[in-house]
Design a protein around this ligand. Structure first.
Ligand code: ADP
Ligand code: MG
Ligand code: MG
Length: 209
């Protein structure tokens, strides 16, 4: 894959910008059915990654993902820290000793998603970040199998991620803090699904440039 970790600083900055720009909206979502700290949690992780971005850009993807995962695990409190931490560490393990290309990346992403399912004891349909991450991983696997062209793939990723966010609206949360509210979570988008989509769109926008 010609998409190099040299793009990591730009990706991290783009993620920082979109989370900051949408902070109020996302916090409101997490206040409705969670404890309102999701943006704060993510920003702790993003700030830590910003301090490492030059170092990260000099690594290969496998080492960069490992370092990102360890940083997120130690810097983010809340469910999202250990879930995203596990996600990146697992991606790193899955791609180790392989020649990076779309298919290796797609497989690593799928394994990362599986690790979130395991760690969170959750699956698609439970109103979490998985409702965005899992369909996006599936989309990449399909694209790798079909040898899809990059511009179309990036559009598709954005589309699938947005659909994933919207799909959480009518779900009843059965995992995380939102599950305490049960049926009352219906009608609200999940904050973690929303930020997953925003971060994916940020990464896509850097690759599109
Ligand atoms: P906390 O819920 O501990 O305050 P955050 O607010 O940072 O942590 O993150 C909440 C988000 O994490 C939720 O919106 C949801 O998307 C995701 N989440 C919570 N629990 C799980 C789980 N068991 N599996 C997958 N994702 C989860
Ligand atoms: Mg929270
Ligand atoms: Mg919390």
């Amino acid at each position: 894959m010609q998409i190099s970790p040299l793009l990591l600083p730009e990706m991290i900055e783009a993620i920082d910008q979109t989370i900051t720009a949408n902070a109020e909206e996302v916090t409101a979502l997490d206040q409705e059915i969670g404890d309102g700290d999701h943006v704060y949690n993510l920003q702790r992780g993003i700030d830590a990654l910003k301090k490492q971005e030059e170092a990260l850009s000099q690594l290969d993807w496998v080492d960069a993902w490992q370092k990102i995962g360890m940083t997120l695990m130690s810097k983010i409190g809340g469910a999202s820290g250990s879930l995203y931490g596990t996600f990146f560490v697992t991606m790193s393990k899955a791609a180790r000793d392989q020649q990076m290309d779309l298919s290796v990346f797609a497989d690593a992403l799928s394994e990362g998603v599986e690790s979130i399912k395991k760690r969170g004891r959750a699956d698609v349909g439970e109103k979490t970040m998985l409702d965005v991450l899992a369909p996006v991983a599936e989309c990449l696997k399909q694209a790798a199998a079909d040898n899809a062209a990059l511009p179309e793939l990036l559009n598709k990723i954005n589309q699938v991620a947005e659909q994933g966010v919207e799909s959480t609206r009518d779900m009843v949360a059965t995992k995380g803090r939102a599950s305490f509210l049960g049926e009352r979570t219906k009608g609200h988008i999940d904050a973690g699904a929303k930020t997953a989509q925003l971060m994916i769109a940020a990464v896509v926008s850097v690759i599109e440039k």
